[in-house]
Design a protein. Structure first.
Length: 702
């Protein structure tokens, strides 16, 4: 048939098999192969057709690499029409994940069977899209409008059993051999004269939909959409499934899909999809680098961070030994873990028996001698280099040869820590983000002497515990926190220049940040930055610099934990409220140091906060701290809640144009106190002059 789709007649059943690794995406060749097979099956001796896949999964969706390129025939709708209009029943046989266009192919089939471990879903929203091949029209017709909206707007896949409950799957096949099970199911359908079930023939009675349902859905999604435009259009499509005949609904869906596929939001989210997978690859490491076995992990420090890290491993079935200085501290750590799991159970995201299984995997000790058998140790004590060196020297003494010794430090020098051991090749940084059991990012920090297999194993284990890994070389703050410096600084400078905290945070939140920088400071605790600044000797003697952050801490306003910081907080609900006292104080302080306040636009707020990030990102690239600009984007999207719909700071900069960014930085340099804060990075200057993007530069480097 073709080299990616084959067709064979097994007794009276025509079997179409797709074999297009890695995930059987619907490339042009796959679409053409399916179409030809369905057409051929109409005229042979088959009485029913089974559509199945080889390899690890059923079709995982449209081929995303084809997006943005000229369309190639046959389009997916043509293939789906051929399936749906087949004169013989077509049965999809699902294993792995039937996602996006892949699930839509199965929905055009007359029946769907699946093995129990299979999942189905429409994740297009995560790419800034909506299902463009009938998903928004067919799912509500079977599963109902509410379930459809939930599935399509979240993009989260559901398990086969749940899909069966919703009617999206007709039969669960027990057999280990899905193909044989599906053929048997097809024969059973023939034997019972089962009709050619076409989902398009179902109509939804609009009277069954509560008045105001779609308006309420739009409002709710707008709140969590963070700069995304797809969710609103998804609601429109589902509304069309209720109010319009199938063909008109499909037409509406195609129109809106067409608008999204050319949108910068979708381009940014597709960029992040590939960036995430690219970040997992270390340029100078062969793919077949051997891995070390990680069967047992130890965590040094049972604080919030250590506890969260322990949960990450227990969640995937890896036993964890947590070490604390005394029984009391250990108990406190265990209690935090217990409490966190209980919250997850209460939210309905984990059942109680699983919680106990996970807790059973976490044990405690106060004795370093107990760490002799662990394969990986992650130190998560407070930020003090001498203490960390001491701990690593102890680990060197007690841990078996070949154990990986990692530090969760945010700032300290991994090479100095490695030198405290006799095995620096086994040492690296594994920098988790708080709360560690929730945040997706893991910065894997490569020391000067870190061995290849230590890195490869760490990337692998990171993926296993559900993290998105990005590699960083050693520098102060690594990729993420190093870049953050200028962002926080400018947010505070803007206060002095005439903004209110609300104005700054709202501008950044409208852009799509989960939380503005000042509200974030209040959440993390203003005393944290204050203490860090006390220890620094490199800060210029500028009365404007961090003035408000410093004064607020000295007034006892440390942020949310003291009920007040840049904002005041409702003691019950923790709702943030602007504080006229702080606003008046900002004005007074500006006057005291002779800063003339002015009106500042949202545009300037974004530029002042983000351009230092981008500029520092350029330096990080030049110095080889990050492997590629897209890795920096991954760090910011998964570690700092930068909106995926903007693609991360480097992609965002490419979209603005590096010349525009560079010119603005020069303007700020000339207006805002010279090169102290606004010195353009040489790489940014070079690319701006050459009219290039970071993405083009990265291509030239690879
Ligand atoms: C869509 O379907 C639109 C339709 O509604 C309408 C059309 C008209 N295309 O993630 P992994 C690559 S939109 C191309 O590491 P896993 C991936 O880049 C699509 N390539 O594996 C990677 O390449 P490399 C809706 C794809 O086992 C390799 O496969 N579908 C695609 O951890 C392995 O990927 C989705 O959004 C693709 N669709 O997870 C599903 N998918 O090795 C997207 C993957 O060179 N995919 N690749 O780095 C996934 O969620 C995961 O890949 C999956 C496997 C769960 C399937």
């Amino acid at each position: 048939m073709s080299n990616v789709v084959s067709y064979e007649l097994i007794e009276n059943i025509g079997v179409i098999s797709i074999n297009s690794p890695p995930v059987n995406a619907l490339s042009q060749a796959v679409r053409e192969g399916i179409l030809k097979a369905v057409v051929a099956a109409q005229d042979d001796d088959s009485q029913a057709i089974v559509l199945c896949c080889e390899g690890r999964t059923f079709i995982a969706g449209a081929d995303i690499t084809e997006f943005g390129k000229p369309p190639m025939e046959p389009g997916l709708p043509t293939v789906l029409d051929a399936i749906e209009n087949s004169s013989k029943p077509v049965i999809a046989a699902i294993h792995g994940t039937a996602l996006g266009g892949g699930f839509e192919v199965s929905l055009a089939c007359h029946y769907r069977c699946a093995i129990a471990s299979a999942k189905v879903g429409l994740p297009e929203v995560k790419l800034g899209l909506l299902p463009g091949a009938g998903g928004t029209q067919r799912v509500p017709r079977i599963a109902g409008v509410k379930a459809a909206l939930d599935m399509i707007a979240t993009g989260n896949p559901i398990a086969a059993a749940k899909a069966k409950e919703l009617g999206l799957i007709d039969e669960l096949v027990d057999s280990d051999d899905l193909k044989a099970g599906a053929i048997q199911y097809a024969k059973n359908l023939l034997a019972s004269n089962a009709p050619l079930k076409r989902i398009r023939d179902i109509t939804i009675d609009p009277a069954t939909i509560e008045a105001g349902f779609f308006d309420a859905a739009r409002k709710k999604l707008a709140l969590r959409a963070r700069g995304q435009i797809a969710p609103d259009k998804i609601v429109s499509c589902i509304e069309a499934a209720v109010n319009l005949p199938m063909d008109e609904g499909l037409k509406r869906e195609r129109e809106l899909f067409g608008e999204l596929i050319t949108s910068p939001e979708s381009a940014a989210m597709r960029h992040i999809f590939f960036a995430e997978r690219q970040a997992a690859k270390i340029k100078d490491l062969p793919r077949d680098t051997p891995l070390r076995d990680i069967n047992k992990v130890a965590i040094i420090g049972g604080g919030t961070m250590g506890g969260g890290i322990a949960m990450c491993f227990a969640n995937v079935g890896i036993p964890v030994l947590m070490l604390e200085i005394n029984d009391e501290a250990l108990q406190r750590g265990m209690d935090i873990i217990n409490k966190n799991y209980k919250i997850t159970v209460k939210k309905g995201k984990l059942d109680a028996s699983k919680m106990q299984d996970r807790l059973d995997l976490i044990s405690g000790t106060t004795n370093y001698e107990d760490l002799g058998e662990v394969d990986l140790v992650i130190e998560a004590v407070f930020e003090n280099l001498e203490l960390k060196k001491e701990i690593f020297a102890k680990l060197d003494r007690v841990c078996k040869q070949g154990a990986i010794l990692a530090s969760n430090t945010s700032y300290q020098d991994i090479d100095a820590i490695a030198e405290a051991t006799s095995r620096p090749q086994d040492v690296l940084g594994l920098h988790f983000f708080s709360p560690a059991n929730v945040m997706k990012l893991l910065e894997v920090v490569r020391g000067e002497k870190t061995a290849d297999d230590v890195l490869a194993t760490s990337m692998k284990i990171g993926k296993k515990i559900g993290k998105v890994c990005a590699l960083s070389r050693v520098c102060y703050g690594f990729i993420g926190n190093r870049m953050l410096g200028g962002y926080g600084r400018e947010a505070q400078m803007l206060l002095m220049d005439g903004c209110t905290p609300v104005q700054i945070d709202s501008a950044l939140e409208r852009f799509g940040m989960a939380m503005g920088p000042l509200a974030m400071g209040d959440l993390a605790g203003l005393d944290v930055g204050y203490k860090a600044r006390q220890g620094r000797t490199d800060l210029p003697d500028d009365p404007k610099l961090y003035r408000m952050g410093t004064l607020l801490v000295e007034m006892g306003r440390h942020g949310q934990k003291t009920g007040a910081g840049f904002y005041k907080y409702d003691p019950e609900t923790r709702k943030r409220m602007s504080d006229p006292e702080v606003e008046a104080m900002i004005k007074e302080e500006a006057a005291k140091i002779g800063v003339e306040q002015r009106d500042i636009s949202d545009e300037e707020i974004l530029q002042r906060c983000f351009y230092p990030l981008i500029n520092e990102g350029a330096r990080i690239l030049e110095e080889g701290i990050a492997q590629r600009p897209s890795d920096i984007d991954v760090v910011y999207v998964f570690g700092y809640a930068f909106p995926a719909a903007k693609g991360g700071p480097m992609h965002y900069a490419d979209n603005i144009g590096l010349k525009n960014v560079y010119d603005k930085i020069c303007e700020f340099r000339d207006r805002e106190g010279g090169e102290l804060y606004w010195k353009p990075a040489p790489l940014l200057e070079k690319l701006a002059n050459e009219g290039k993007t970071f993405a083009q530069w990265a291509k030239e480097q690879s």
